[in-house]
Structures are given as structure tokens and as C-alpha cells.
Design a protein around this ligand. Structure first.
Ligand SMILES: [Zn+2]
Length: 173
């Protein structure tokens, strides 16, 4: 009897984003738990696997770039973080448009560098290693071109001033 479970080789980044997209699409209607169960059934993977992929896609603390900022320059869809076993993290648009995945660490580095160049006052002292985490304060949207070096950034028109940042980041006494 042939098994209905697809081989592990089917877990490409494109497969993952499409499975996660199914869960996101139905989440409003069904709630996340049922939407994930449905995505698991539809894509032939375990519910635990889908839950892990969705959790990573929504993760705030561990993402190289805060969720919700990245979009694909080719298809304009949001990009999400994908992690497969034995592979580095990548970003890919959801659903996949056929473009190549981009290394997540490289995008994180590029966004951090941009923040430190353009809006260093929004990065608290001692946090330069995590500068990308502060991008939502200055950046509305980042469209990712072919590589991590090809970022199309939409800055906030109401970029907070250095004076504002100095007050917010003033050490508590
Ligand atoms: Zn795309």
C-alpha cells in the first residue's frame, strides 16, 4: 500500500509557505487551531508540523526582521520566515510566487545596517547588534528584490525625531 504521507523531500520553502498560507487564510473564519488542522490535512503533514511552521512565521522575538515588514518585490505578497530541518532560515513570499528564497540572516543584517545608517537614534544604546528589531519604528514596508542587498524600503513619513528618541530611551532613574 502506498502511503499518503508525502516524502520529507517535498518540504521545500515554497511548500511550507503555501501550507502556512492555507492556515492564515482560514484562521479568521475557523480560529487558528482548526485552520491549522485543515492546512495539515490538505497538505498531508502533521498538525504539530503546521503549528511549528505557523508559530515561526508569527514569531516576534526570534525573527531576524520583525514580522509584517517584509514583502516580495516581485509579487507584493508578504514574506514569512521559513525554517526547515538542517537548513538556514529563509524568507519567502506567501503564497510562493516562484522566486528564490532569501537567506533570513542576510536580510536581518541588511535591515540592521540600514537602521543604523538612517535612524540610529531609534536604536537604544547597547542594542546595535539587534538594530533590525527597531525597524517598525522607522520603516513602513520593505520589499525584497532578488537578493538581501536589493531592498526597497518605504520609510515612515512621521519618522520619530532624535529628540523624541532621547526621551524614550533615557535611562530610568
Ligand atoms: Zn513573491
Amino acid at each position: 500500500m502506498p502511503t499518503r504521507t508525502p516524502p520529507v523531500a517535498a518540504w521545500t520553502p515554497a511548500f511550507v509557505v503555501d501550507a502556512v498560507a492555507t492556515a492564515f487564510e482560514r484562521a479568521t473564519e475557523l480560529g487558528f487551531l482548526r485552520a491549522m488542522a485543515e492546512a495539515a490535512r490538505k497538505h498531508g503533514v502533521s498538525a504539530a508540523t503546521i503549528e511549528e511552521w505557523v508559530a515561526r512565521a508569527r514569531a516576534v522575538q526570534t525573527a531576524p526582521v520583525p514580522p509584517g515588514l517584509l514583502a516580495c518585490h516581485h509579487c507584493a505578497k508578504p514574506m514569512i520566515l521559513v525554517q526547515l530541518p538542517e537548513s538556514p532560515q529563509v524568507y519567502l513570499c506567501m503564497p510562493a510566487c516562484g522566486r528564490l528564497p532569501v537567506q533570513a540572516a542576510a536580510i536581518g543584517d541588511a535591515v540592521a545596517k540600514t537602521m543604523l545608517n538612517r535612524a540610529p537614534h531609534l536604536v537604544p544604546p547597547g542594542k546595535t547588534h539587534a538594530a533590525a528589531a527597531y525597524a517598525p519604528g522607522a520603516i513602513r514596508r520593505i520589499e525584497v528584490g532578488a537578493t538581501a542587498g536589493d531592498l526597497h524600503i518605504t520609510w515612515r513619513s512621521d519618522l520619530p525625531t532624535a529628540r523624541w528618541a532621547a526621551n524614550v530611551h533615557r535611562p530610568a532613574n
